[in-house]
Write a protein that binds this ligand. Structure first.
Ligand SMILES: [Zn+2]
Ligand SMILES: [Zn+2]
Length: 434
């Protein structure tokens, strides 16, 4: 931070809700700088060393008591302001192995080795750099307005959201035992189709339960000219891929949201060799435990059934395994959702608050409500796209870049302004003075 900004921070104080806008505009230049720095220097999941240190440094300057290395590179920052309730605000820290395609001067040129030792480009393609910037901005605004709320803030910066494992790591490292236990948990996530100046929400199930499934389709390899002497796993794997499409279309209830995507199909070495193995990689998305069980059972049944139909012996039937713990559905607490969206509607106008259908993306923010404490959570979607870009896309029939796209980039200034105000007002409302 430049020294001038630090002086502004120390002397700034918010005396009325209106002055929040002024405060954010004063802070915005330094926050845009922070955003650009984070965008240019992304780190992969579980490797967020520098990002985490920067977040700890920034939030410590606002007066929070900071603990680092909670569940890997997690940061927990606490600000006590008298008796009252406790609110947790979460940002995530990690980038993705994506090569950015963009012309802005702060576009990421970062490369690194992934956990398998491959050289990969890294990009904040999911907007976690924007989450961090709004998190710091809200921390500054709340620290500067302690006369307007009471209680305790627990600001957490979570690693490895993209691997669906960071929230669990922080919880296992004593998040709810070593630090004040929250009454509610809040988070914003960038949205790649909503306009800046708007926020999206879903009451109840808001994101998908995600599972990663590996299937090894085995066969008996041999000469490509003598298929009768083999059991061809490429043909069998192809049948499996097509049959999997019928789980959603023929087996599940027609209005049940389900996605079964085969994102990986690897097999073979040469044109005239029938291989002895094909590897399939699937992502499975559902929003209820019953649908999840039904889909996973159907995958096993289809693989086994088609293996038997291909004439494979028992020991060569397809092997199916679940990878990792998956990410459960984020279940936004209806009462908390109503309270927060009402505050936003009053501040931004009803038309700026957009009700969303659940997304089939996954988010491990769900984990914070799944401990025995069952703490209510609310995750909302921050509009990050310039309204004129949405209009242009509509007019030309083009598709806007989605999250995880090498082209996705939030509009920094309006997203930061709106995100900080939205989060600050939501927290203040939960920690109202009598
Ligand atoms: Zn993501
Ligand atoms: Zn994300």
């Amino acid at each position: 931070m430049n020294p001038l900004v630090f002086v502004t921070l120390l002397t700034a104080s918010l005396h009325a809700a209106d002055s929040l806008d002024t405060f954010i505009m004063e802070q915005r230049p330094s926050l845009i700088q922070l955003y650009e720095h984070l965008h240019a220097h992304p780190e992969l999941s579980f490797h967020e060393e520098k990002t985490s240190a920067r977040m700890a440094e920034e939030i410590r300057k606002t007066g929070f008591e900071v603990t680092e290395k909670v569940g890997g590179f997690g940061v927990v920052a606490v600000l006590k302001n008298g008796p009252g309730r406790t609110v947790l605000v979460r940002t995530d820290l990690d980038g993705l192995p994506v090569r950015e395609i963009g012309s802005v001067p702060y576009a990421s040129k970062t490369t690194t080795k992934d956990d398998a030792g491959n050289e990969v480009s890294v990009m904040h393609a999911c907007g976690h750099d924007m989450h961090m910037t709004c998190w710091i901005g809200a921390a500054r605004a709340l620290a500067a307005s302690k006369d307007q709320w009471k209680g305790t803030l627990v600001f957490i910066a979570q690693p490895a959201e993209e691997r669906g494992m960071g929230a669990l790591a922080m919880i296992k490292d004593g998040l709810f035992q070593r630090f004040p236990k929250p009454d509610v948990c809040l988070a914003l996530h960038c949205d790649s189709s909503l306009a800046t100046g708007t926020v999206g929400f879903t009451s109840g199930p808001a994101t998908a339960s995600t599972d990663t499934v590996d299937i090894v389709v085995k066969g008996i390899g041999g000469h490509g000219a003598m298929p009768n002497m083999t059991k061809d796993p490429i043909v069998l794997a192809s049948q499996i891929v097509l049959a999997l499409q019928t789980i959603d279309s023929r087996e599940l209830h027609p209005v049940e949201p389900v996605v079964v995507t085969v994102g990986k199909f690897n097999g073979g070495t040469k044109h005239n060799i029938i291989p002895d193995k094909v590897e399939l990689g699937l992502t499975v998305r559902t929003t209820s435990p019953e649908a999840r069980e039904q889909v996973l059972d159907a995958i096993k049944r289809i693989c086994r059934g088609l293996g038997i139909a291909a004439g494979l012996p028992e020991n060569l039937l397809p092997e199916i395994s679940l990878v990792g713990p998956g990410t459960p559905t984020v279940n936004n607490d209806p009462a908390l959702t109503t309270r927060v969206t009402q505050v936003w509607a009053d501040a931004f106008g009803k038309n700026s608050i957009v009700e969303h259908k659940p997304t089939m993306a996954g988010e491990d923010f769900s984990r914070y409500t799944m401990t025995p404490e069952k703490i209510p959570v609310f995750l909302a979607w921050l509009g990050t796209v310039a309204p004129e870009k949405i209009e242009q896309a509509k007019a030309s029939g083009t598709i806007l870049p989605s999250l995880h796209s090498p082209f996705y980039r939030p509009e920094p200034a309006p997203s930061i302004t709106f995100g900080i105000k939205a989060m600050t007002l939501a927290v203040m409302n939960e920690l109202k003075r009598d």
